[in-house]
Design a protein around this ligand. Structure first.
Ligand SMILES: Nc1ncnc2c1ncn2[C@@H]1O[C@H](COP(=O)(O)OP(=O)(O)OP(=O)(O)O)[C@@H](O)[C@H]1O
Ligand SMILES: [Mg+2]
Length: 322
């Protein structure tokens, strides 16, 4: 059923209204085959609504979703998708293993393979020694790990994960991403939402930012940085005494007919100097030298590269939670 060239997911003009509230306002993007795409956005941006629409849990008001080139409601399209929902969906009165068996059967994992898959899941969730315990008595992070295992046990071709690592400890997070990398290496395409910008930065090939039901950015980290905050570094220098006046920094601008310019940094009365530097190898030396030439000693220094955090703040004006 898979078209040779079509992307894993193709979303065009997706809209969803809840009464008067428009949760999705014409969302468009593609998930390429074998890609890991991270969806970011402030609370209420529409991430869960989008994932639920992709997984067939909610009916969009308008728009189209294609799975490997086929309409979402065609036979096979649904089977290609695996969902790990934000709200935990588990049987609390069953054990870990019983939950895995139930979800495995529900997703049609062949009986001869089920045990092997469950052993695999117990290994990367780190819950092998809790296989016979009731899930209802588990901690939040442990339930989240079982929830994740139940959603990927059948190794779907497209995995949709809605905040899969909320409340999960760092070691378990590492194991979860190793497991996702493994599925990704075996050809699965992954779409995940997260509020962990570092996670998105390190683990995904591409990032889409959603805000108020619209895609406001789509690209690799480098593309997003370049199109928003730019590649210049923020340099912060602490000096040994308050400045009596801003420090004059001579700057040679290379190119045809080199230009000499001076710029001023810092404020009188402050011990902290902040500036932006385009090319650290060229401009940092002269900057520090100028500070010294003005009679100040540098007592501390920090160079900050632009990160996804800056991009996110620039685009949405919002801090993230969790
Ligand atoms: N079943 C529903 N009925 C009515 N409104 C809803 C429903 N589900 C979501 N909404 C609304 O749609 C908007 C988007 O919600 P959604 O859960 O998709 O956001 P989100 O990006 O997942 O946020 P979070 O980061 O908090 O998980 C919100 O304003 C929310 O109140
Ligand atoms: Mg959500």
């Amino acid at each position: 059923m898979i078209h040779a060239e079509s992307p894993a997911l193709e979303i065009v003009n997706l809209r969803k209204k809840y009464g008067r509230l428009e949760a999705l306002r014409g969302v468009e993007f593609e998930l390429s085959r074998g890609e890991c795409l991270a969806f970011l956005g402030p609370n209420g941006a529409g991430k869960t609504t989008l994932i639920r629409a992709l997984a067939g849990r909610t009916r969009p008001t308008a728009g189209t979703i294609k799975v490997f080139g086929h309409p979402i409601d065609s036979i096979g399209a649904r089977q290609a998708l695996g969902l790990v929902p934000q709200d935990l969906a588990l049987y609390g009165d069953l054990t870990t293993r019983e939950n895995l068996v139930a979800f495995g059967k529900f997703h049609g994992v062949p009986r001869r393979e089920l045990k092997k898959r469950i052993d695999w899941a117990l290994q990367w969730t780190g819950l092998a020694d809790r296989a016979k315990d009731l899930v209802g008595g588990f901690s939040g992070g442990m339930k989240r790990r079982v929830n994740l295992a139940c959603g990927v046990l059948h190794r779907p071709k497209i995995i949709l994960l809605d905040e899969p690592t909320v409340g999960v400890d760092p070691q378990s997070r590492e194991r979860i991403f190793t497991m996702l990398d493994q599925l990704n290496d075996e050809g699965a395409s992954i779409l995940l939402t997260t509020h962990h910008l570092d996670e998105a930065e390190q683990r995904s090939d591409r990032i889409v930012i959603l805000d108020q039901g619209r895609v406001i950015a789509d690209g690799t980290i480098d593309e997003l940085v370049l199109s928003t905050v730019g590649h210049s570094r923020l340099v912060r220098v602490r000096v040994d005494r308050p400045l009596t006046a801003p420090v004059a920094v001579p700057l040679t601008v290379p190119g045809n007919g080199e230009q000499r310019r001076t710029y001023h940094v810092g404020q009188a009365g402050r011990e902290l100097i902040e500036t932006r530097i385009d090319d650290v190898t060229v401009h940092l030396g002269p900057f520090l030298q100028a500070v010294q030439n003005n009679g100040y000693q540098v007592s501390d220094m920090e160079v900050q590269a632009p990160s996804l955090h800056h991009v996110f703040l620039h685009l949405t004006g919002n801090e993230l939670r969790d």
